[in-house]
Every structure is written in structure tokens, then in C-alpha cells.
Write a protein that binds this ligand. Structure first.
Ligand code: C5P
Length: 295
């Protein structure tokens, strides 16, 4: 049940995601790729403030931007608002104030999370009454990762990103903290998916197989994770900084893995891990310890 509000303003956090693994199992006739992945939300968040207006206009002001890259005027939050207006015929408008922290071209889903957060918030503010399924249908037109963020749960994700099965990671020995590194250079998602050398034939896995592997490798959880990220070899060839990131992890005895189509790289860490003892990174790199968002 989606909540309703009478207040003209709401503020929401839009979390980033990590792909614990990402397999490409095939390609559809329309060019989109069939994938399997476990998506988790982490506490590296954008903050969005929404104000309902009566003029029908959608406007955005960037209160802050820590990413070092300006956003396009019509970013995914504005596009989401326009799409919801078009679908519902609502005559209200909205002013969105954004505190941008999630880097772009990182594989962390920042734009998709902003879009999902906008759909959920404005569906409340405008009292448009769409169901989650209806919001997911709009979300899919904005980006393949948007449905995941609309569900607001950790998930086993399939199809091209629209088949979401909630997964209860509290029952599995999955790390709750990660160190996430984002080089200054980014990777364009379409260029990775379009690569002629991308492997698209990974065997289909199951949630049960993932859970069983995780349980039988519990003592390994800070080392070799389940599966792999099939997009990583292609992204590495486009963005050599990813190799530097992987080596930074290796120097600490950690196995880094790219999230999404990169260029951010992450590794699970034990509670004792501290960045103060980690090797330094070149200027302009982002590095954060993040926690999974638990329900
Ligand atoms: O949907 P999104 O904007 O995240 O995807 C960017 C591009 O990545 C798509 O236009 C498509 O070329 C490619 N993609 C894909 N298969 C997916 C997701 C994305 O081929 N499952």
C-alpha cells in the first residue's frame, strides 16, 4: 500500500545500489540484455526535497553537488516527474531540490534511484494514487534499474531489470559493510552493453543456488564472492582506472568487484576495517565505507 500525504512538501533519501554479482545470460531481439543480479541498497544517498506547486511546471534546483559533474537540466528526477504527469494528467507541478552525492557513470544507480524516489514522492504529494505496478511500468521507460529502487528492498533481479524478487539477506552470511571506490573517470552503460566482446552466455543461476553457495562459503565472505560481474572485463578495457581500483583492494587483501557497468568498485569488509590504514588513493577519487540499508 503506497502512503498518501496532505503535506505540500516531502523529503526523501535516494540510496545507491551495489550489484553483489551481475551475470549476462542473453540478449533480446530489441538489444536489451537478460541479466541476473543481487541488488543491495547502501547508505550513499542523494537527498531530494519535493514541493507541490499549482502551476503545473516541473523545476529543479541543485542545492549541492558533491560529484564534481554538473547534472543535465532535464535529469532523471525531472523526467520521472514529467512521465508521472503525462500518465496521470495531474495539473499540479513540483519543485525538486536536490542534494547530489552519488557519482554518475559509477554503476551505483544514482540517477535511477532519484527517478524512483521522485515517482514515489510525487505519487504521494499529487495524490495520483498509482499502484506500485503502475509506477514500475513508468519506471521501466526511464531506466532498467528504476523498478529495483521502486520496490525499496534488496532483491534478486532478472529479465532486463524488471523482474524483482525480494531477498532477505539477514538470513544469509552477507557482509553488511563495504568499501566503495569511484575513480574520477566514469563508464557509459550503453558502450559496455554494446561491446562485441561482451560475454552474454552465463548459465542461469537460482536464488537457492546463490543462498546455498553463500552459506557454504560463509568463512569466505570477505574474500571470493558468488559469481562475477560479466560487464567488468569490457568496462576495464574502456576505463583503466578500474584496474587501479582493483589493485588498491588487492594491496589490502580484499577482492574488489565492479558494480553495474562501473566504474565504481567495492569489496565487503569486516567490522575491524578502517580507511585510515588503507593505502592512499590519487586525488579526485571517491572512497567511502558504506553500510547496507536494512529494512
Ligand atoms: O536502462 P538504462 O538507461 O539503465 O540502460 C542504458 C543502456 O544500457 C540501454 O539503452 C541499453 O543499451 C543497455 N542495457 C541493456 N540491457 C539491460 C540494461 C541496459 O542492454 N538490461
Amino acid at each position: 500500500m503506497l502512503t498518501k500525504t496532505n503535506s505540500p512538501n516531502v523529503t526523501r533519501q535516494a540510496p545507491a545500489k551495489l550489484n553483489l554479482f551481475l551475470h549476462i545470460n542473453g540478449r533480446r531481439a530489441d538489444g536489451y540484455h537478460l541479466l541476473q543480479s543481487v541488488f543491495v541498497r547502501i547508505d550513499w544517498c542523494d537527498t531530494l526535497h519535493f514541493e507541490r506547486t499549482t502551476d503545473g511546471c516541473i523545476t529543479r534546483a541543485d542545492l549541492s553537488n558533491e560529484t564534481g559533474k554538473p547534472l543535465p537540466k532535464v535529469d532523471l528526477s525531472v523526467r520521472a516527474a514529467i512521465a508521472l504527469q503525462a500518465k496521470t494528467g495531474v495539473t499540479d507541478g513540483a519543485h525538486i531540490k536536490l542534494e547530489k552525492r552519488i557519482p554518475s557513470e559509477a554503476g551505483m544507480g544514482g540517477g535511477s534511484s532519484d527517478a524512483a524516489t521522485t515517482l514515489l514522492a510525487l505519487n504521494e504529494l499529487w495524490q495520483t494514487g498509482l499502484s506500485l505496478d503502475q509506477l514500475v511500468a513508468i519506471g521501466m521507460t526511464l531506466g532498467a534499474d528504476v523498478p529495483f529502487f521502486l520496490y525499496q528492498v534488496d532483491a534478486w533481479v532478472e529479465g532486463i531489470g524488471e523482474k524483482i524478487s525480494p531477498i532477505d539477506l539477514s538470513k544469509l552470511p552477507i557482509a553488511s559493510r563495504f568499501v566503495v571506490v569511484k575513480p574520477p573517470s566514469g563508464v557509459s552503460t550503453p558502450s559496455v552493453f554494446a561491446s562485441p566482446v561482451l560475454a552474454r552466455n552465463t548459465k542461469t543461476a537460482t536464488i537457492e543456488g546463490f543462498a546455498a553457495w553463500t552459506e557454504s562459503n560463509a568463512s569466505q565472505q570477505y574474500l571470493e564472492p558468488f559469481g562475477c560481474n560479466d560487464l567488468q572485463p569490457v568496462a576495464l578495457s574502456i576505463c583503466p582506472d578500474i584496474q587501479t581500483a582493483l589493485e588498491w583492494f588487492e594491496a589490502q587483501g580484499l577482492i574488489g568487484r565492479m558494480t553495474g557497468s562501473g566504474s565504481a568498485v567495492f569489496a565487503p569488509i569486516p567490522d575491524t576495517y578502517a580507511l585510515t590504514t588503507a593505502p592512499s588513493l590519487p586525488a579526485g577519487w571517491f572512497c567511502r565505507i558504506c553500510s547496507r540499508i536494512t529494512p
